[in-house]
Design a protein around this ligand. Structure first.
Ligand SMILES: [Zn+2]
Length: 209
């Protein structure tokens, strides 16, 4: 499959998030494992130009999994995704069109309505900025983020959904917004032959303890 361009800044953000979770030596080992050692101490620039590819991004996710083993990598990749959301919110919310605290503190609208707005903003950023076609659907119980092109298409086949960084990103977005742990699941994955990667985000918040 021909590779697909993405902004240099998106791959840079993945590297920074991995570095935050796994340390400097961790990201070095991952980049070596991905055969992308030219990026060691030389991250892609913080730019929206399409200077890198989906294939490279997928290779790096795969290298984390290969380095830690699929079981060990699971929690780490989710943490990387959480870090990625926090970093985006802190550094790039204006750029990505994410309202941040203005949305979180907005009076008079329900938490569920705020969840929808934030998910729409993230989907908008994926479409406009990341070159990743995405849309938001919903049913009575859940929001569904549907992604039609994903880095996982350039990774070796898995028998389960494997886009854990994205699971982490949506988990952290919902946690940050609602102050509750919301269980995000990837229910279908392009990597396993599905027509799209689909993330299910329950509308009902977990009951307070
Ligand atoms: Zn996927």
């Amino acid at each position: 499959m021909p590779d697909r361009g993405m902004p240099s800044g998106a791959l840079r953000l993945l590297f920074l998030s991995i570095e935050e979770v796994m340390g400097k030596d961790g990201i070095k080992a991952v980049l070596n494992g991905a055969k992308l050692s030219h990026y060691i101490n030389n991250y892609p620039e913080n730019s929206l130009e399409y200077g890198v590819t989906f294939g490279e991004y997928g290779k790096v996710e795969q290298a984390v999994e290969d380095f830690l083993g699929p079981r060990g990598a699971r929690a780490i990749l989710i943490r990387v995704g959480r870090e990625l959301f926090r970093y985006s919110l802190r550094e790039q919310s204006a750029l990505l069109g994410i309202a941040g605290n203005a949305l979180k503190n907005m009076p008079l609208i329900s938490t569920q309505a705020k969840m929808k707005i934030l998910l729409q903003q993230i989907v908008g950023a994926a479409n406009k900025t990341v070159n990743q076609p995405a849309r938001l659907e919903e049913n009575d119980e859940a929001f569904l983020v549907v992604i039609d092109k994903c880095m996982c298409q350039w990774r070796p086949k898995h028998d389960k959904p494997c886009c854990l960084v994205t699971v982490g990103t949506f988990s952290e977005a919902m946690k940050w917004l609602t102050d509750k742990p919301i269980e995000v699941k990837e229910i279908t994955c392009l990597n396993n032959g599905a027509d799209a990667c689909r993330y299910q985000i329950p509308k009902r918040l977990p009951e307070e303890a």
